[in-house]
Design a protein around this ligand. Structure first.
Ligand code: SAM
Ligand code: DTB
Ligand code: SF4
Length: 349
């Protein structure tokens, strides 16, 4: 076992062949290694709980082949306008009551217009004031947007690479892989934490899954949060009939993500409604440390909250806590950040 697979060392020079070699390990060996990395860097019984809300649904001009919200596909998702702040807040309060510590607001935009930013900023300020971590996923950001969102109190920005650079052109034609990298650079420069991952089960090869993880791990900083989505096939999208990925191959993808980005929180993201409890347990063992909880993702279904609470009990998992008071000063100590705000918060760090 090389040093990178057992400890906490962070590498940004992963070769594709090294990542493929991890994928090709015997399944049990891969899981044992991934779990060792997980336990060395995280509490393996703690799961970060986020809740998603689509604050602007449908009507998107982009052509992402997986997405039910692209205007050009006939998926039955109707275009709506940006939600009102009060309605967003009601959903955030409910998410908190159900046990979420982070609230993620998604918009079906190629990117926000300048005029959209003040209203989204108000949502962020108000959600943060409830004591939740905040995350937004609004697409490609323009000049100054990341800074304005950060100033409003945004903690995380979700922007996925989605697939390997060499498969990207098969899935999306209305923007380039490099456009995503540019927005990720803006996010880091503004001091936001990055939530960045991808989708598996879109007909890509194992080498291309390795290519996605290589692109993520070789970013200038590992994303603090790495959502691994299993494609939710939606009728009307070009990927509606994509071959379903072997569940064990999905678990391998979680395990390899765990090993190559040891300090990141890997999220078992979209697709849980199509997974058995046993498969999810394997994903948690392999290093998944976060989920979306709530009956809906953005437009598609997610397991019932009661079912997830029961699953946590059956697997002796507990939600990762956000420490009381810390959020007031804008810094949250949930085992994933290490700096104290230095004033205003009540934590002991
Ligand atoms: N429009 C923004 C963007 O594309 O960055 C934000 C919202 S977009 C829906 C956020 C992410 O959802 C996508 O990057 C993709 O990874 C994920 N996603 C969308 N449709 C999906 C599906 N059918 N299955 C799995 N993940 C999906
Ligand atoms: C992410 O990686 N997955 C989430 C979140 N980030 C925004 C979105 C999943 C969407 C699944 C399809 C839908 O519900 O529309
Ligand atoms: Fe639009 Fe985002 Fe869906 Fe692509 S993934 S079609 S950018 S909402």
């Amino acid at each position: 076992m090389d040093g990178s697979s057992i400890g906490t060392s962070l590498r940004h020079d992963w070769k594709l062949a090294e990542i493929e070699a991890l994928f090709n390990l015997p399944f049990m060996d891969l899981l044992a290694r991934a779990h060792a990395v997980h336990a060395a860097n995280h509490d393996p019984d703690a799961v970060q709980v986020s809740t998603l809300l689509s604050i602007k649904t449908g009507g998107c001009p982009e052509d992402c082949a997986y997405c039910p919200q692209a205007q050009r596909y006939h998926t039955g998702v109707e275009a709506q306008k940006l939600m009102d702040v009060e309605d967003v807040l009601a959903r955030a309060r409910a998410a908190k009551a159900a046990g979420a510590s982070r609230f993620c607001m998604g918009a079906a935009w190629r990117g926000p217009k300048d005029r959209d930013i003040p209203k989204v900023a108000e949502m962020i300020r108000e959600v943060k004031a409830l004591g939740l971590e905040t995350c937004a996923t609004l697409g490609l950001l323009g000049e100054g947007h990341a800074r304005q969102l950060k100033d409003a109190g945004l903690d995380y920005y979700n922007h996925n690479l989605d697939t390997s650079p060499d498969y990207y052109g098969e899935i999306i034609h209305t923007r380039e892989f490099e456009d995503r990298l540019d927005t990720l650079q803006d996010i880091r420069a503004a001091g936001l934490k990055t939530c960045c991952g991808g989708i598996v089960g879109m007909g890509e090869t194992r080498t291309q899954r390795a290519g996605l993880l290589q692109a993520l791990a070789n970013l200038p900083e590992h994303p603090q949060s790495v959502p691994i989505n299993q494609l939710v096939p939606v009728p009307g999208t070009p990927l509606a009939d994509a071959d379903k990925i072997d569940p064990f191959e999905f678990v391998r993808t979680i395990a390899v993500a765990r090993i190559v980005m040891p300090q990141s929180i890997v999220r078992l993201s979209a697709g849980r409604q199509q997974m058995s409890d046993e498969m999810q347990a394997l994903c948690f063992f392999a290093g998944a440390g976060s989920i979306f909880m709530g009956e809906k993702l953005l437009t598609t279904g997610n397991p019932d909250v009661a079912h997830d609470h029961a699953l946590f009990r059956r697997l002796d998992l507990h939600p990762m806590q956000v420490e009381a008071g810390a959020h007031e000063a804008g810094i949250v100590h949930a085992g994933i950040t290490d700096a104290c705000c230095g004033g205003g918060c009540t934590c002991a760090a």
